[in-house]
Write a protein of this length. Structure first.
Length: 182
């Protein structure tokens, strides 16, 4: 028996490709304009929310994170900060599994809260990793900078979680791909 169906593979591929291609193109522009990492969080965590809803299988978001990382490195070989998001996709996967896929998406309100919480936690982990290993700031040093960076990413995770959960609620209410099935 096959674990990932062709629909699951399509969902993983589409979400990974979107994140992998759009992130290295648009996120640096937004970051240079504002100094804020919100666009990469918005794209990443809305797509992770969408793929976990679509597939409801453990490992799907981890695979999306790894594929998106490879694509990011193809477009931007020096963009090592994406490794924080690779780790965040694993955290997202584990957290969604612990919540329970059917439980998370049975009730729209609970689904919204659980996915926003999962996105926020995962984004904070990404921010901690990025702040500790990939960002250098002479003005802010030490843990204060790391926690600032984690809180900025957590804020982006809230935004991405809201966008992703809103997409899920909209698709579910219209009967489109409910739980990966028509």
């Amino acid at each position: 028996m096959v674990y990932f169906t062709s629909r699951d593979i399509a969902a993983i591929s589409i979400c990974a490709a979107l994140w992998g291609v759009l992130n290295p193109i648009f996120s640096p522009i937004f970051f240079r304009m504002t100094g804020l990492p919100f666009l990469c969080d918005l794209m990443g965590f809305s797509l992770l929310t969408l793929v976990v809803w679509w597939t409801r299988k453990f490992g799907a978001t981890t695979i999306v994170g790894f594929i998106a990382t490879v694509i990011n490195f193809i477009f931007n070989p020096t963009g090592t900060q994406i490794l924080g998001f690779t780790a965040a996709s694993i955290v997202f996967d584990v957290a969604a599994k612990l919540i329970g896929y059917d439980k998370a998406f049975k009730n729209p309100t609970f689904g919204m809260l659980s996915m926003v919480s999962t996105s926020t936690l995962s984004a904070a982990v990404a921010g901690l990793i990025i702040g500790m290993f990939f960002m250098a700031s002479p003005a802010l040093t030490g843990w204060s900078f790391v926690f600032l960076w984690a809180s900025l990413h957590a804020t982006g995770g809230v935004i991405g979680g809201i966008v992703g959960a809103t997409l899920v609620v909209a698709l579910t209410s219209r009967g489109v791909l409910v739980g990966g099935k028509r």
